[in-house]
Design a protein around this ligand. Structure first.
Ligand code: G4P
Length: 285
């Protein structure tokens, strides 16, 4: 993290606008606070892109956009890097943030940042209309730094170094793992799936009911996983449910958007989570 910090801080000195990519389904958990801290320190504007908006709950996304747009020097928009029309709006939005930079003499210099798997490579390829970065659902595919011309008077530099999320809270770790922003070996799928089940049963019971044909009243995350194992025939050779396999079925459904458009957090739920953590910390201090 220290080398990522150093190289980002170094590169930032010669940039005008930070383009920060987050996952619209979990903007709070998928932002790296270091990006915000350094860009404020350098007094750089920030275009916050809530990417994968096609998978996120539009109401929650609207709330996040309104939340970020109250912050100084920030312009937040929801996009899908897979939709060319969304990507096409980005250069003009970035220009709004640094109107003093234009033309070949003073090109608008943008730096792309974000934690792994939020869609930076997809976005970069779409912006350049050619394949310059490898896209993959396995985290951390983009490794080096590159600066590319993005049309007349505009350059785009991608993030030097890997910006892993800062996982201060267990809740964030679970959301990031469910959304595949942290690697498969870092966490146990079963635990992640139970946690995801708990969130979805509270926020989107109708999606669960429709997809897995189950009455959700009184159901918890563990019960849901057992039901999915039963429904999808996930059983061990010696007998008993194969909950790891069921977890995989459930996580794949969520990641692919098969359950419906889902957001794992809203500005309000995040504030509640942070307040609960602060209270707990206060009680144990
Ligand atoms: P990164 O550089 O930040 O690490 O992310 P990357 O672009 O590699 O994207 C990670 C995964 O997220 C890829 O899925 C990519 O297609 C998907 N993705 C990126 N942007 C969007 C978006 O706006 N909407 C949706 N639905 N998915 C997006 P993948 O399964 O590895 O690749 P693919 O089979 O989809 O190409």
């Amino acid at each position: 993290m220290n080398s990522a910090r150093r190289s980002f801080a170094g590169a930032l000195a010669a940039m005008d606008v930070v383009i920060e990519v987050m996952d619209a389904r979990l903007p709070g958990a998928s932002c790296n606070p270091m990006i915000e801290e350094l860009r404020r320190f350098r007094n750089r504007s920030c275009l916050k892109l809530l990417n994968k908006a096609d998978l996120a709950d539009p109401d929650a996304t609207r709330e996040w956009i309104a939340h970020y747009n109250t912050q100084p020097g920030v312009l937040a928009v929801a996009i899908s890097a897979k939709h060319p029309a969304d990507v096409g709006r980005i250069p003009a939005l970035a220009r709004q943030l640094a109107p003093h930079r234009s033309g070949a003499e003073k090109p608008l210099r943008m730096i792309l940042a974000g934690i792994p798997n939020v869609g930076k490579s997809t976005l970069m390829n779409a912006l350049l209309k050619r394949r310059v970065a490898k896209v993959g659902d396995e985290p951390a595919v983009t490794k080096g730094q590159q600066t590319l011309d993005l049309g007349p008077g505009m350059t785009l530099t991608d993030t030097p170094g890997l910006m892993w999320p800062k996982i201060e809270h267990d809740a964030d770790g679970f959301m990031l793992a469910a959304s595949h922003a942290i690697g498969r070996n870092a966490v146990i799928d079963e635990e992640v799936a139970v946690n995801l089940g708990t969130i979805l049963l509270a926020r989107y019971p109708a999606f669960i009911k429709t997809r897995y044909r189950i009455d959700t009243i009184g159901l918890d995350g563990e019960g849901l996983l057992e039901h999915i194992a039963h429904l999808r025939g996930c059983v061990r050779k010696g007998g008993g449910f194969d909950l790891e396999k069921a977890a995989n079925v459930f996580l794949t459904d969520y990641r692919a958007g098969t359950l419906g458009r889902i957001s794992l957090e809203t500005p309000e739920s995040r504030q509640r989570m942070l307040a609960a953590v602060a209270k707990e910390d206060g009680a144990t201090a």
